[in-house]
Design a protein around this ligand. Structure first.
Ligand SMILES: *Cc1c(COP(=O)(O)O)cnc(C)c1O
Length: 407
């Protein structure tokens, strides 16, 4: 009755040990090490913030996506605890089965209100929101035009959709136009896909022009506002608000896990779009709903984001101050083009980026080296928060100034 073959029989059928099927893992890891591409995790043992504890030491943190300093805010923590008491730790199922709570709907209404869209849908992460939205709105007969520097979740959403994918040069409207002229007519639907703020570079997409092109070529536009929500626009609604494009037809995706300090993602747009996604987005239908704690924390954050614009103002003041310090005290430093709180110091190669990251660590500063294959140019990525002090910004510049490569 055993489903297994007797051992001797199995041994006779197994391939020789020289082609052991997992042996490639060790040699692939070796290759990764040799290219200086190896990554590992670093545990933090404190509340999130611009000072964090790790390995028994304090660090100034320039690596967080918590732009407004909300992830450790007592109001978000209290909301998460209250929701857990009321609704439990897990949501126990898909939104369409046992997972839906009134809290989810409240959050979706708050996001739609912030974004000034007809409706919104909350996903369990920003990554899943992108996979779900893209794969739902286009398929095999359709075309996706994608900025070359788009986030992994946009690229993988495009692959998952089965649509034909054409990448255009980063932020290059001429190249995008050319590709629309060449390819658009051969496909049923077309979706232009872009980060609004590019996560590894900090530059910003030309949204009004992209919207014009989308209209001209009868195409949809999806923007990923992951690094813009809470940060850009008068009320923190993102680049759509910043560029005065609120209300224009487009698909806005974003995350609850960066400036909003929680976990989860969303799509905001027209009522038919959201209704369609509830019926056709597998990464929403076939996954467990966001936990009550995450949902409540995000809801509290959306409120704070609207009510406390001073956080955003302080963040932008820090951006201006840091750029000024670099320009006046470290003019040798090459900053990649950026219009956001993400600022990157360009470095010659992965080894140099690792070295600068290492020296910053020795100075008690956490700002990671970002290397290929994540990006093509090695760099130190600095993300600023509203809660960084002038002294902390100066400490970062001082630490860089003392390095050989900047002397
Ligand atoms: C972080 C990020 C995501 C993914 O969001 P999560 O909520 O962390 O899954 C998607 N797009 C961009 C541009 C991001 O930076």
């Amino acid at each position: 009755m055993s489903p297994f073959y007797p051992l001797s029989d199995r041994a006779r059928h197994s391939p020789p040990t020289t082609t052991e099927p997992y042996a490639w893992l060790a040699s692939s890891l070796e290759t990764i090490h040799q290219a200086n591409w190896y990554r590992s995790v670093q545990p933090l043992d404190s509340l999130p913030g611009c000072i964090v504890q790790s390995q028994g030491q304090s660090w100034i943190n320039f690596a967080s996506n918590d732009y407004l300093g909300l992830a450790g805010d007592p109001r978000l923590i209290a909301a998460a605890i209250a929701a857990t008491r009321a609704w439990g730790t897990g949501s126990t199922g898909s939104r369409l089965l046992t997972g839906h709570r009134p809290l989810h709907r409240q959050l979706e209404e708050a996001i739609a209100q912030l974004k000034q869209t007809e409706d919104a849908l909350v996903f369990s992460s920003g990554y899943l929101a992108n996979l779900g939205a893209i794969a739902a709105v286009v398929g095999k007969r359709d075309l996706i035009l994608s900025d070359r520097y788009n986030h992994s979740s946009l690229k993988n959403g495009a692959i998952l959709s089965g649509a034909t994918i054409q990448e255009y040069q980063h932020l290059d409207l001429a190249d995008l136009t050319l590709q629309l002229q060449q390819h658009r007519q051969h496909y049923r639907r077309c979706l232009i896909v872009t980060d609004s703020v590019f996560s590894m570079d900090g530059d910003v997409c030309p949204l009004p022009q992209l919207l014009d092109l989308a209209t001209e070529y009868n195409s949809m536009l999806l923007i990923d506002e992951a690094h813009a929500t809470g940060v850009f626009g008068e009320s923190g609604a993102g680049c759509a608000e910043y560029f005065n494009c609120t209300g224009k037809p487009m698909i806005q995706v974003g995350t609850l896990s960066k400036a909003l300090g929680s976990l989860g993602g969303y799509v905001a747009g027209s009522a038919p779009l959201i209704d369609f996604l509830r019926n056709r987005a597998p990464s929403w239908i076939y996954t467990t709903a966001l936990t009550p704690a995450d949902t409540a924390a995000a809801l509290a954050a959306v409120e704070i984001c609207r009510r406390e614009p001073q956080r955003r103002q302080q963040l932008w003041q820090n951006v201006a101050q840091f750029k000024h310090l670099l320009a006046t005290q470290l003019p040798q430093a090459v900053l990649l083009p950026s219009d956001s709180p993400i600022l990157c110091l360009q470095l010659a190669n992965p080894a140099q980026a690792l070295q600068v990251g290492h020296l910053l660590k020795q100075a008690g500063i956490f700002a990671p080296a970002i290397r290929p294959p994540t990006v093509t140019t090695s760099r130190i990525r600095i993300s600023l928060m509203a809660t960084h002090t002038s002294e902390q910004l100066q400490q970062l510049v001082d630490a860089l100034q003392s390095m050989e490569i900047y002397s």
